[in-house]
Design a protein around this ligand. Structure first.
Ligand code: ADP
Length: 181
């Protein structure tokens, strides 16, 4: 584990579904009905009530699906995390304003978590799997959001990378940007 930004940001590798934090973020899709990657892992670990809660969110708040960059909250059900914030990252090849939308995922999730009184939040590497966002480009977006947002929030943020090499690659970008000694 590595700390950045005066200990407010933690970089780890592992399975986000195992983390004991107030809220984990799901890299969902527009349908909110589950999918592969981290979305599938979160739905499996949370149990079937998560899908039911997502179905209800679709019916009440997001009849046309969740747009890119937006966030929606459910309970965590069988997860150790109390809540899940679902967000939809941009598909790299298909989206014009992608860095803005990727930043919105992170910023909106942190703002919503703060409104719910959360003190800890964990993110996967949104959009860098099947949505094809180049890892280093995404890391730069994440770092600039953290630099802007962390000072105004009393919240610990964990970036949870699935592989050790992704964790290392992120720290390398942070080092290049002068955010690490
Ligand atoms: P997207 O569709 O937003 O690209 P993916 O789920 O395909 O989302 O991938 C996002 C990132 O989540 C990838 O880096 C992938 O390796 C990672 N990932 C997959 N499963 C898990 C998990 N259980 N915990 C943390 N990260 C995960």
């Amino acid at each position: 584990m590595q700390h950045l930004f005066d200990q407010q940001l933690k970089v780890i590798h592992g399975d986000i579904t195992r983390l004991e934090v107030d809220v984990i973020v799901n890299a969902a899709n527009h349908s909110l009905m589950g999918g592969g990657g981290v979305d599938g892992a979160i739905h499996r670990a949370a149990g079937p009530k998560l899908k039911q809660a997502c179905r209800e969110l679709r019916e009440t708040d997001w009849p046309d699906g969740l747009p890119d960059g937006e966030v929606a909250l459910t309970e965590g059900f069988e997860l150790p995390a109390r809540y899940v914030i679902h967000t939809v990252g941009p598909v790299y090849a298909k989206t014009k304003d992608k860095s803005h939308l990727l930043a919105s995922c992170y910023r909106n999730a942190m703002t919503l978590a703060a409104h719910k009184g959360c003190e800890s939040i964990a993110f996967p590497a949104i959009s860098t799997g099947v949505y094809g966002y180049p890892f280093e480009e995404a890391a730069e977006v994440v770092l600039s959001v953290m630099r802007d947002e962390l000072p105004r929030l009393e919240m610990t943020v964990t970036l949870c990378f699935f592989s050790e090499s992704d964790g290392r690659a992120f720290l390398e970008v942070a080092r290049r940007k002068g955010e690490l000694d």
